[in-house]
Each structure stands twice: as structure tokens, then as C-alpha cells.
Write a new protein. Structure first.
Length: 451
């Protein structure tokens, strides 16, 4: 038999090796358990977010989780319960951050829309419009300048007439257009006879843009686009794609003129349409007035008529101011005829010239009193394309929240009164505390959201 020995050194070495092996096994066991717990929670939260509102996606291509689960009430406990239902395992789960579609004036909604439009149409989809947006802004500024100038001309004329104790004749006077507008309103002048205006109305008390909304908490990273201008163009294109307007009304919706509501924000289709056509007339006025100032023939016509009116009241000194007022009225009348053409389904060219001018000065006398036939144009932009300009010039927060108003109204009509945009979750971060072994816990955050 051979003699065997185990020295103290080898005994200690063996114990160290055994301890190391046990430590590695324990560490591996803990890490595997951690990975398993994290995987369980990740899988559970993905399953929860897979319960997104299907009709919202189908109708508006927006992802959101209805936090009420069609129950007319929202509690965070429902989300935690769903996590556990989908196998998050035993543990404690606390919602650290949560974002609703309506938070921060609809930021989550707006971000999804912009990403959707970029992915659908490409990053360069709106490049063709990026160069003309400055012109839209400049045109809006010009409108304000000309409105002030018009008030000054009208005020000067009225003051001169009052001082002379005279009044302009009502017959053959193009300035009577302003009296007709004051009496009947612009809407009655621009709407074609064959067009029936919707009488639909809603209550504004409970729409998201007016009511007190549930708010989320925490901040989430956002995906930026090339510029604010491009973001506005993407969002505007989405509204034009998804929402109805008078050129294509949807009688099944709460409001038939949804784009007009986004611009006007009033309770009825008629009120919103009135606001839109007034804005369109105001938008077209600077273009038409600028052309009149550059056309010597039309200025001569206005001066001849001004001389006739001044002669009737024997005040030749007022020929200049009357001429200026007639040019304002003529440009205004031309703008009315253009908007009427848009509502009739025709197109209107952005720039004005002799060939596409519609309204003769003699016809201006009949505007609002009898039907006026003008030449039609197949060139230019449609009604909806002019709405693109108005939507772009609108305040971003107003457009976004009113867009949510429309979506909520239609979803509630289709799905039920439980639907609220301030219960629709777009992003969520959960703090998980799981027990690995006795006195060993694992804490980790889990973030999930729709992009």
C-alpha cells in the first residue's frame, strides 16, 4: 500500500477553491434569476402595451393604451394588475413615469404623428413646401398691414364726409359692399347656392382643449425632426389626410367640417366655416390689392368711378380717398369670389394677373345682390391646399389640442363614453422590486413606449 498525505497548505487551498466554486455558482444563480425576472417583466409590459386601442390605430394610425380598459375610470393599479396577469412574477411594481397623449398640449400625440408621416412618405416628403412657408408668414403680416391701411382710408373718408355733412349715394357705389357684408356676413356671400351648410353642433365644455385633464409625470426622451417648420408641415399634412372638411364632409362624424373646427375652435360647423372663409378672404386680399395697385387700367377705372361719386356730392377733393376705398372694396370683392370658387370645387392661383382676375368693377356693384358669373380656372390650389396654409399659420398648441378634440369625439361616438385622450398612455416607466432569495432583492426600471 502507498502512503497518502494531505498537507495543511493543500487543505486550505482546497477550501478556498471550494469557496470560490460555491461563490461562482451562487453568483451565476443570482444573475440568472435576475435575468429571468427582468425578462418576465419585459415580456409582461410588452404584452400590456400590445393591448393598444385598435380603433384608434385603424382610424388615426396612433398607438395608445387605454388605461381605463373601457371602464370609465383610470387607476394605476389596473396597469400593475395587468403586468402580473401577463407573468411579471411576484414582486412590487411602482409606476415612476407615465405619459398620456394629451400631456404638454398633446406632445406625445404630435410626436407620433410626425414620425408616422415621415415613415410613410419619407424624410423629404415636405421639402417642396419648406421654401414657401416664409411667404405664408409674410403674407399674414401683409394682411395685418393692409387691414390697418383700410381702416385709415375708411376713417379718413367718413370723417371728411361728416365734416362736409354729405353722404355717398347708395346707387352705383361699390363701397356699399361693406354695408352688405356688415348686414349679411361674409359667409352668405361666399357660399354657393347649391351648397348646403351643415347644422351640426357640439358641446365645448368637455373637449380636451377646454376641460381639466389628467396629467402624467416624469420626462421622456423625444425624437427630433429636422426643423420646427418641417414638423409643422408633417403635422398639417396628417390633419389634411385624416380629417374631413366642407370639400369632403363626413356626415357620420360629430362634426362634418373637422379641419374647419381645428382652425376655428367653435361649437358648430357653421361658425367654424365662417371663421375659415373670413381668414381665406383676408389671406387673398393682400395679393389682390397688390395687383390692383400695379395695374394702371384698373386704377384708372377706380378713379373714374371715384370722380363720378365725388361729383354727385360736389366734393372733388375726395376723389383720391374715394379711389383708394374703391380699390380696397374691389380687392375684397375679388377675394370673396375666389373663396366662393374654392367652395365650388374650383382652384385659385396663388399669384394674380390680368388673365385670372375674376371680378369686373361693374360686377362689384352686384355682389351680394344677385348672382355673378365669373370665369373658372383649373389652375392653382384647391380649398384644402389653402387650408394647409391656415393650419400652418395657426398656433401649434391650438392645432394639436383641437386635433385631439376631434379624435376623442369620434372615438367616443364609435367606442363609447369611456374613451378619454387623457387616459390614453403612450409611454410608461416602472420600478420593479423582485425577491431573489431571502434578504436579496433586485431593483430595476423598465421603460416602454410607442414611437
Amino acid at each position: 500500500m502507498k502512503k497518502g498525505e494531505l498537507t495543511a497548505f493543500l487543505s486550505i487551498l482546497f477550501l478556498l477553491f471550494l469557496s470560490l466554486t460555491a461563490t461562482i455558482i451562487e453568483s451565476a444563480t443570482v444573475q440568472v434569476t435576475k435575468n429571468k425576472r427582468r425578462a418576465d417583466v419585459n415580456r409582461a409590459i410588452e404584452s400590456v402595451f400590445a393591448e393598444y386601442q385598435k380603433d384608434l390605430l385603424k382610424e388615426y394610425d396612433i398607438f395608445a393604451l387605454d388605461g381605463t380598459y373601457e371602464s370609465n375610470s383610470f387607476t394605476e393599479k389596473k396597469l400593475v394588475d395587468r403586468l402580473k396577469f401577463y407573468g411579471a412574477g411576484k414582486g412590487t411594481y411602482k409606476i415612476e413615469k407615465i405619459q398620456f397623449l394629451s400631456d404638454d398640449f398633446g406632445r406625445a400625440f404630435r410626436e407620433q404623428v410626425i414620425q408616422y408621416m415621415r415613415q410613410k412618405n419619407g424624410a423629404d416628403y415636405m421639402e417642396e413646401f419648406s421654401g414657401v412657408t416664409t411667404k405664408w408668414v409674410d403674407q399674414e403680416k401683409e394682411k395685418g398691414k393692409y387691414e390697418e391701411e383700410g381702416k385709415e382710408v375708411t376713417g379718413s373718408l367718413n370723417q371728411s364726409l361728416a365734416e362736409a355733412e354729405q353722404e355717398l349715394p347708395t346707387e352705383d357705389n361699390p363701397l356699399e359692399l361693406f354695408s352688405v357684408i356688415k348686414e349679411k356676413g361674409i359667409l352668405s356671400l361666399v357660399v354657393p347656392k347649391e351648397l348646403n351648410i351643415s347644422e351640426k353642433m357640439i358641446s365645448l365644455k368637455e373637449v380636451p382643449s377646454n376641460r381639466k385633464l389628467r396629467k402624467g409625470r416624469g420626462t421622456f426622451k423625444t425624437q427630433k425632426v429636422k426643423s420646427d417648420t418641417m414638423a409643422k408641415l408633417y403635422f398639417t399634412s396628417y390633419l389634411l389626410e385624416k380629417f374631413s372638411a366642407i370639400d369632403n364632409p363626413d356626415e357620420k362624424k360629430k362634426l362634418s367640417y373637422e379641419l374647419e373646427y381645428v382652425i376655428g375652435g367653435k361649437k358648430s360647423d357653421k361658425e367654424n366655416l365662417d371663421i375659415v372663409v373670413t381668414k381665406l378672404v383676408g389671406m387673398r386680399f393682400p395679393v389682390n390689392y397688390g395687383f390692383l395697385l400695379s395695374d394702371s387700367v384698373k386704377k384708372a377705372e377706380a378713379e373714374t368711378m371715384a370722380a363720378t361719386l365725388a361729383g354727385v356730392i360736389a366734393l372733388p377733393a375726395l376723389i383720391g380717398v374715394i379711389k383708394q376705398a374703391i380699390l380696397f372694396a374691389w380687392a375684397f370683392g375679388e377675394s370673396i369670389m375666389e373663396v366662393r370658387a374654392l367652395l365650388s370645387g374650383e382652384k385659385v392661383e396663388v399669384l394674380k394677373n390680368k388673365e385670372n382676375w375674376k371680378l369686373q368693377l361693374s360686377s362689384l356693384l352686384k355682389l351680394g345682390k344677385e348672382e355673378i358669373n365669373v370665369k373658372k380656372s383649373e389652375r392653382g390650389l384647391s380649398y384644402r391646399e389653402y387650408l394647409r396654409m391656415l393650419l400652418f399659420l395657426q398656433k401649434e398648441k391650438e392645432v394639436t389640442m383641437r386635433g385631439l378634440d376631434v379624435i376623442e369625439m369620434n372615438m367616443r361616438q364609435k367606442r363609447g363614453e369611456f374613451f378619454r385622450v387623457d387616459s390614453c398612455i403612450s409611454k410608461l416607466e416602472i420600478k420593479s422590486i423582485c425577491t431573489i432569495r431571502e434578504k436579496i432583492t433586485y431593483r430595476f426600471p423598465v421603460l416602454y413606449g410607442y414611437q
